[in-house]
Design a binder for this molecule. Structure first.
Ligand code: ZN
Length: 201
């Protein structure tokens, strides 16, 4: 009989242990948050540094959200390109591949999806008074173009990533990927902002 009582007590203790374990779960989530700064790590450059790296057209498109004219030189080249990968002209992140490329006839390079690297972010753009979804490079915030949906294109997604050719660096299959511009963690970004602020005061 005495042994049974001990077992019951042990059972209650274990139940209590499990409960406190369940309560520990939010703490595990906050650990996930700690890993977020690296996810949000960005390539940070001054306007001057971007201007040095890019041509005036590339700068206007990627850093100032300009749009290249339709059916231009970049589009003509895009139509001639075969198998390969499209990287961000600013930071070298992989954005699209020729697998997702399709002919939409819109005058700008079109893809129905991003590459598996998932370096394209989407955000609401109300700048023209018409709601559109802007696409930007996840690593450096370069403006790439816009994405449109449900237009009836016979593609796996029926989405059209309408991208400025000048924002893309095409590398044919088998070619070397461009050098990746290094990212800075949020910690470094915050520190830089602090230093900047202190210098301005
Ligand atoms: Zn980029």
């Amino acid at each position: 009989m005495k042994l049974n009582t001990h077992l019951i007590i042990l059972g209650i203790t274990l139940a209590g242990f499990n409960l406190s374990n369940a309560e520990d779960k939010p703490a595990a989530n906050s650990n996930d948050k700690k890993s977020k700064p690296m996810e949000n790590a960005k390539v940070i450059k001054t306007d001057e540094e971007w201007r040095q790296k890019l041509t005036p057209e590339q700068y206007a498109i990627t850093r100032q959200a300009a749009t290249e004219r339709p059916n231009g030189k970049a589009y003509a080249e895009f139509n001639k390109q075969g198998e390969g990968t499209y990287y961000c002209i600013c930071c070298g992140a992989e954005l699209f591949t020729s697998n997702e490329k399709f002919h939409s006839g819109c005058g700008w390079p079109s893809f129905y999806d991003t590459s598996k690297a998932k370096n394209v972010s989407e955000r609401i753009d109300d700048s023209t008074g018409m709601r559109r979804i802007e696409t930007v490079c996840k690593r450096c915030d370069a403006h790439l173009g816009h994405v449109f949906e449900k237009e009836g294109f016979n593609t796996p997604t029926d989405r059209r990533f309408c991208i400025n050719g000048a924002a893309l660096n095409y590398v044919p299959k088998g070619g070397a990927a461009p050098k990746l511009e290094p990212v800075e963690s949020l910690k470094v970004q915050d520190k830089k902002a602090e230093v900047k602020k202190a210098a301005g005061e």
